[in-house]
Design a protein. Structure first.
Lengths: 407, 407
C-alpha cells in the first residue's frame, strides 16, 4: 500500500466531513489511484504544529478561511513542494496572482473547486471541458444564503428581515450574515471565475457588488406581476474588448435557465459561441458537499485525472424494478368498466393514485397513475386488462418518476 | 513551437467543425499548453491512409462512428502508442471493456466526453469531480432528437408523426430516425455512464429500452392534466446490491430538475449521498458542440488538466455596462407625477417598456421596466427622479436580465 498523506489545516464542519469522507472512501480511492489517502496531521487553534504537518504531508488542505495566516500557510506549503487544495475564496479573490505564480514556480498543484459554487464543478468545467472555448459570459447564482432568502420571500410574501431571521434559524445564514447578504461573498467567487474564464487579472476590489438588504416584499410582488423572478446574480462578461464583473439583484424572465434555481442551490450558466451555453446546478456549500468537492480535488492531485474507468467489478443487473406508472385505456363507455380494471389491478397488488375518465362519444378514455410497484406485477395486470372485451385498443403504460428534490 | 499532431479519422460535420475550431484556437491552446495543435492527416472514404496518419500523429480523433472499422482503428492507434479521443458511443457501449483494457495496456489515454450528452460534461464530472463519491443514480435526457419531438408535441398538441416530420425538416432528426426514436442511442449512452458511475460492466445489450414511437398527443394531453411532463428518460441506478440501466418514456413532476429541459437540450442529474445531486444541462450534439467537447478532450490529453490559470493578460475592466432596469417609486397620488418621471427618463435617453401603477390611499406606487440603457444614464435619471418633491421614499432600481435562451 502506497500512502498519500493529506495534512489538514482547520477542522471545523468541512474539515470534519472531509476526515469522515476520506475514511469512508479510502478503499475505493486506493482501487482507482493505487494510493491510499490518509490524514497525516490536523492543525486547529488548540493542536498541531504547521511546519510539522507540512513536513509529513504530500498535500495540504487549507480550510482555515480568511486572508492570514491562510495565505502564508498556502505559500509555505507550496514552496515546500506540497500540493495544496483550498476552499478559501477570500484568499484567492484577493491574492490569487501571488498564489498561482507561487504554484507555478514550485511546480505543484493548487486546486480550489470548493471555493466556488458549492458542489457545482464550475472551475473544472471552465478549466478543462471548455479549455479550448472562447467564453463570452458567465452568469451565476453563487451564494446559497441569499438565494434561500429570496426564494422564501417569493414563496411566502414575507419581508427581508423576517426571511433572514428564518434562514438563520434553519442554519442557511450565519449569525453575522453581512458577507453573504452584502454580495461580497458572491463577488469574491465571481472574481475567481472571471480570472479563469477570461484569463484577466480580476481581484475582488474590482468587482462592483450590491446585496439584497434593500429588497422589499413589494419589489418581489410587483415583479411577479411582470413575470420576473428575483435572484442575486453574478455576471462576468467580455465587453468592448474588456471585461465586466459584477454582482447585484436582478430580475430574470421565467425562460432563463437560472430563473428556476431555488432555495440554497447554486447554479452557473457558461456561454460560448461554440457551445451556446452549459448550465450547472447543485446544492450550495454545506459541510459534506464542500468536503466532497475538496476530495475530488485531492484525488485529481494524486494522479492526473484518469481517462479510463477502473477495471470493472462484477455487479449483477437487476431485472425487475419498482416504478409508478401512468396507464391510458380506451374503453367502451359502459357500466362496470372501471370496476373490472380496478379489480385486476388490486389482485396484482397495484394501488391506484389518481384517475381521469373522459367520455368520447360511445367510448371513454381512462387515464390513471398508480403508486410504485414492481414492473413485473404491473405488466402482468396490464396484460390481463388488455384481454378485457370492452377494450378498444391496446393499453399503453408509461413510467412515472415520483421523487422530487428538496431544494 | 512544439507541435501536437492530431490525426483525424472522418471529416463530416463534426470533423469539419473540429478542424475549424483547432485552427481558430491554436494560439490560445499553445499559450495554455506550450504545444500547438495541428491536423497531421485526415482519413475519409476517398483520401488518406490510416497507418500513415497514425504514424504522423501524437493523438488520433475517431469520428467515423459505428463498430467497424472504428474499433479496429482505435485499437491499432492505441497499440501504436497514440492517445485516442472518440465521440463514438456505439463502439464504447459494445466494446468498451476491450478498448479500456487496451488503453491501460498501452499506457495511453482514451477520452470520450463527446460520446455522451453533447456538450454536457457528464463523463468528466463523474470521473473527476465525483471521483470519490458513491453515486447512487444518474437520470439523463441524453437524446436531443427525442426531446425535441416530445417538446414540440407538448407545446403544440401535434401527434408523433407530425412532430417527427418537423424535426426532420429542421435538421433535429435524421432521415432514418430509428436509432434515436427507438431509444437505442440513449441506451448506448446510459451503458457508458453506468460503466463509469458504478464501475459495473454494462454493455448496450444489457440495457432495456423503449422508444417514443407509441406516444400519442392524447397521452401528453392527459398527463398535462395530471401535472406531469413527458421525457425519454435514461436511468442508471444501484439497486439491491446490483445495478439497473434502462431507457423509457417517463412522466416527471414539474419539480424534478429534468422536467424543464426542453427542445434538443440534454441534461443529466447525478445523485450521491455526499452531494445530494448535481444537474448538468446544455445543447445536445450539434457539429460545433461535439467538436468543442472533442477538443476539450484533446487538450486534456496534451497535458494533464491544468490546475492553474495561465498567466493573466492585461484586460481593461469596463466600468459602465448596458442593462434593462426595474424601478419602483413610491409617490404622492397626484396629477402629473407620471409625466414628470417620464420626462426625466426621456431626457436621459431611457425608454420605458412597461409600467404598473397602484393606488395606496393618498400615495401610489409606480413599478416600471425600462429597455437596456447604459447604467450611468439610468442612474443619472434615478438621481434626478429622487429629487422630485412628490416622491415618498428613495427610488429603488433593480437590474433586469433581458436575454432568454433558444432551446
Amino acid at each position: 500500500m502506497t500512502p498519500f498523506r493529506v495534512g489538514l489545516l482547520g477542522h471545523g464542519t468541512v474539515g470534519g466531513a472531509l476526515h469522515e469522507l476520506i475514511d469512508a472512501r479510502a478503499d475505493a480511492i486506493e482501487a482507482t489511484t493505487g494510493m491510499r489517502p490518509e490524514i497525516s496531521g490536523v492543525l486547529t487553534r488548540s493542536r498541531g504544529e504547521f511546519a510539522d504537518i507540512v513536513e509529513r504531508s504530500d498535500l495540504v488542505v487549507e480550510l482555515i478561511g480568511g486572508l492570514e495566516p491562510a495565505r502564508e500557510y498556502i505559500l509555505h506549503a507550496m514552496r515546500a513542494g506540497r500540493h495544496v487544495v483550498t476552499a478559501n475564496k477570500q484568499v484567492l479573490a484577493e491574492h490569487g496572482e501571488e498564489l498561482y505564480e507561487a504554484a507555478r514556480e514550485a511546480g505543484v498543484q493548487l486546486r480550489f473547486e470548493a471555493a466556488v459554487g458549492g458542489v457545482v464543478p464550475v472551475i473544472r468545467v471552465i478549466h478543462e471541458t471548455l479549455a479550448a472555448a472562447h467564453i463570452d459570459r458567465v452568469h451565476g447564482i453563487v451564494n446559497g444564503t441569499t438565494n434561500f432568502i429570496l426564494t422564501e420571500m417569493t414563496r411566502t410574501g414575507m419581508g427581508y428581515a423576517e426571511a433572514l431571521a428564518q434562514a438563520q434559524e434553519l442554519g442557511f445564514a450565519e449569525a453575522d450574515p453581512s458577507d453573504d447578504v452584502s454580495g461580497r461573498d458572491a463577488a469574491a467567487k465571481m472574481a475567481i471565475i472571471a480570472r479563469l474564464a477570461f484569463n484577466a487579472r480580476v481581484t475582488i476590489d474590482e468587482v462592483a457588488y450590491e446585496g439584497i438588504e434593500r429588497i422589499t416584499a413589494d419589489d418581489i410582488e410587483y415583479a411577479k406581476e411582470l413575470g420576473l423572478s428575483l435572484k442575486l446574480l453574478g455576471t462576468a462578461e467580455r465587453l468592448d474588448g474588456g471585461v465586466s464583473v459584477r454582482v447585484h439583484p436582478a430580475f430574470l424572465y421565467g425562460s432563463h435557465p437560472l430563473a428556476a434555481v431555488n432555495g440554497s442551490f447554486n447554479a452557473v450558466t457558461i456561454e460560448s459561441p461554440a457551445i451556446t451555453e452549459i448550465t450547472l446546478s447543485g446544492p450550495g456549500a454545506g459541510g459534506s458537499q464542500t468536503a466532497s468537492a475538496v476530495l475530488g480535488d485531492v484525488i485529481s492531485a494524486m494522479i492526473p485525472p484518469t481517462t479510463l474507468p477502473a477495471p470493472a467489478v462484477e455487479t449483477p443487473l437487476v431485472p425487475d424494478v419498482r416504478s409508478a406508472f401512468y396507464l391510458s385505456l380506451e374503453v367502451a363507455d359502459e357500466p362496470g368498466v372501471l370496476a373490472q380494471v380496478a379489480e385486476i389491478l388490486g389482485l396484482q397488488g397495484v394501488s391506484v393514485k389518481s384517475v381521469v375518465q373522459k367520455g368520447l362519444g360511445e367510448d371513454a378514455r381512462l387515464a390513471m397513475v398508480v403508486h410504485p410497484v414492481l414492473e413485473s406485477r404491473f405488466m402482468a395486470a396490464v396484460h390481463l386488462i388488455g384481454q378485457l372485451p370492452f377494450l378498444r385498443s391496446a393499453p399503453r403504460p408509461i413510467r412515472v418518476i415520483e421523487e422530487t428534490f428538496e431544494e
